[in-house]
Write a protein that binds this ligand. Structure first.
Ligand SMILES: CC(C)(COP(=O)(O)OP(=O)(O)OC[C@H]1O[C@@H](n2cnc3c(N)ncnc32)[C@H](O)[C@@H]1OP(=O)(O)O)[C@@H](O)C(=O)NCCC(=O)NCCS
Length: 215
């Protein structure tokens, strides 16, 4: 069985974060940069891990019910690990006044299109709500349709562009905003996205670890 878990990064996770950052962004932040994020009270730095255990039977009663994936605690009583926990996703937001600035979101290329980016963005937005922030914003490459579509799913709208923002390609950055995080409609949107996320992860045979981020 393969599990996923989302939780805050700790100092011991940073070398893996730098490695994943290199793979996904060509080295956006150094180890020092990540350390600063951990130390900042205004930063939420989340990681998504996966691991595999020897197969055991899934609960047949849950099939197709749309309920959260089977939860088995990592550690005691769990079957032996076949693949140890590996960091495959990373996300970060900065809380600035009443705004959540989403400054990083990435899933390891081998694990994309499984719904994991959606799960990590959901966790970041949940963190923003917990901090009682009212708006979320981010910048994304014009050509990065995967990310743009993902953000639009969560109600982000294009609010402008920064011309030739990215030095490497000279591309524009789209500036996207999502307002109303404090409103009940947004909570309802998160609930819908959360249910979709659980269904999708279930279909892809991912199991949500019991110690993971609580939605
Ligand atoms: C953007 C990124 C995080 C998406 O992660 P992911 O796990 O592949 O995304 P998901 O499987 O959760 O997909 C969720 C939604 O995103 C959109 N999406 C993701 N990949 C897409 C693609 N290749 N083409 C079109 N839409 C895509 C879709 O709307 C999708 O919903 P759908 O499957 O119902 O159509 C991932 O592509 C990534 O890490 N890219 C490299 C780093 C990066 O560019 N980060 C964004 C910086 S702003």
């Amino acid at each position: 069985m393969r599990f996923i878990e989302i939780k805050h990064l700790a100092p011991e996770h940073l070398p893996s974060a730098v490695e994943l950052d290199r793979l996904c962004f060509g080295g956006l932040w150094t180890l020092e940069g990540y350390k600063r994020e951990l130390e900042s009270p205004n930063s939420d730095l989340l990681g998504l891990w996966t691991w595999e255990t020897e197969d055991c039977e899934s609960d047949p009663n849950r099939a197709g019910t749309g309920t959260p994936p089977l939860q088995i605690p990592a550690g005691t009583g769990a079957p032996p690990l076949q693949i140890p926990p590996t960091l495959i996703g990373i996300g970060c937001l900065w809380a600035i006044l009443e705004e959540a600035h989403i400054i990083m979101l990435a899933i390891h290329p081998q694990f994309q299109r499984h719904g994991l980016g959606q799960a990590l963005l959901l966790a970041l937005l949940k963190s923003a709500c917990d901090r009682q922030l009212e708006r979320a914003t981010l910048e994304v490459r014009d050509s990065n349709l995967a990310a743009v579509y993902l953000y639009k799913k969560f109600g982000f709208k294009e609010a402008g562009r920064r011309k030739r923002y990215y030095e490497d390609t000279g591309e524009d950055a789209l500036v996207m905003w999502r307002s109303g995080l404090e409103k009940p409609e947004f909570q309802r949107c998160l609930t819908v996205e959360e249910q979709e996320m659980y269904d999708r992860l279930h279909q892809k045979n991912w199991h949500w670890a019991i110690d993971s981020f609580e939605f």
